[in-house]
Design a protein around this ligand. Structure first.
Ligand SMILES: NC(=O)C1=CN([C@@H]2O[C@H](COP(=O)(O)OP(=O)(O)OC[C@H]3O[C@@H](n4cnc5c(N)ncnc54)[C@H](O)[C@@H]3O)[C@@H](O)[C@H]2O)C=CC1
Ligand SMILES: Nc1nc(O)c(N)c(N[C@@H]2O[C@H](COP(=O)(O)O)[C@@H](O)[C@H]2O)n1
Length: 250
């Protein structure tokens, strides 16, 4: 069985039509790659390629199964990602619908030089921000091709994920499947929110060390509120290359 077939067999049960119908919000997959010591990037946030070739193929295939792919502004500033689905079989790569990049950026720190605004490879991003964002920066981002949408903030001053998902689900956005890729603060907010449907974690057999970024935040902990610790159901594992993929309903 080729790696593409293996990935297809592994992912397809989770993305059948029946599993994604939700009335008020998109079906949400929360996904990221972590080391054995729970890190998602290196010292000072240095971007790390933790996934092996095979599990990276899975991540890119997953991107094609979603209408939108979301990251936080921390990830844009640190990694300058393209957020496209590549690494696929040629005929699939040419025909797939590329996911819409969606960024959470409360204070419009999004750089005009980001690949998402400057590379022909990338779709222009939708940037969700707060009602009191800088209007001059909004105009510059819109001139560069971004769509900027102001939404409500929650009691912690972060963008409200509930409001975000209800807007994304409705026209004109109409996002029915959303892949949330990180980084640390976004992962933590989604884990606390009970909004994700599926959790897919790539576990790479490496140790990164103590001065790196933990997948649930550096000084923040989901244990602050024990009621909010996610309860995983239907946990399954698959080995892809050297990595273990854990998938669970949440
Ligand atoms: N290994 C992996 O799979 C991945 C690793 N990363 C790593 O994660 C790191 C970036 O993580 P962070 O700095 O934590 O940035 P982040 O990407 O999680 O963005 C956090 C920012 O988003 C904004 N935000 C707006 N609403 C929010 C909400 N409701 N909840 C949380 N944040 C909200 C805030 O301005 C906040 O500072 C980088 O080092 C990057 O390399 C990022 C993605 C995947
Ligand atoms: N699945 C996965 N494995 C890793 O080892 C990673 N470092 C990441 N990072 C995520 O992918 C983004 C980069 O995407 P592009 O290659 O530029 O399309 C990065 O910003 C993280 O969100 N993911």
């Amino acid at each position: 069985m080729s790696i593409y077939e293996k990935v297809e067999t592994f992912l397809s049960p989770y993305y059948s039509k029946e599993t994604i119908i939700h009335e008020n919000k998109p079906f949400v997959t929360l996904t990221y790659a972590q080391s054995l010591d729970g890190k998602i990037s290196g010292k000072g946030g240095k971007q790390l390629i933790l996934s092996c070739k095979e599990s990276m193929i899975m991540t890119h295939r997953m991107r094609t199964l979603h209408d939108g792919i979301m990251v936080g502004i921390g990830t844009i500033l640190n990694d300058n990602p393209r957020l496209t689905a590549r690494l696929l079989e040629t005929e699939i790569e040419l025909t797939v619908n590329q996911p819409q990049p969606i960024i959470l950026d409360s204070r419009l720190r999004f750089p005009l030089s980001a690949k998402l605004l400057t590379s022909n490879e990338c779709k222009s991003p939708w940037i969700f921000t707060s009602h009191n964002c800088d209007n001059d920066k909004r105009k510059l981002l819109e001139q560069a091709g971004a769509k900027v949408i102001s939404i409500d903030s929650d009691q912690n001053g972060q963008l409200s994920l509930l409001h975000l998902l209800s807007i994304l689900h409705s026209p004109p956005f109409s996002i029915k499947r959303l892949m949330v890729e990180g980084g640390a603060r976004i992962i933590q907010s989604f884990l606390k929110s009970e909004l994700p449907n599926l959790l897919i974690i790539t576990i790479a057999p490496v140790f990164v060390g103590p001065n790196a970024i933990s997948c649930i935040g550096d000084k923040l902990s989901i244990e602050e509120d024990e009621d909010k610790i996610p309860n995983l159901k239907n946990v399954k594992y698959e080995q892809l290359g050297r990595d273990i993929i854990m998938v669970a309903n949440i």
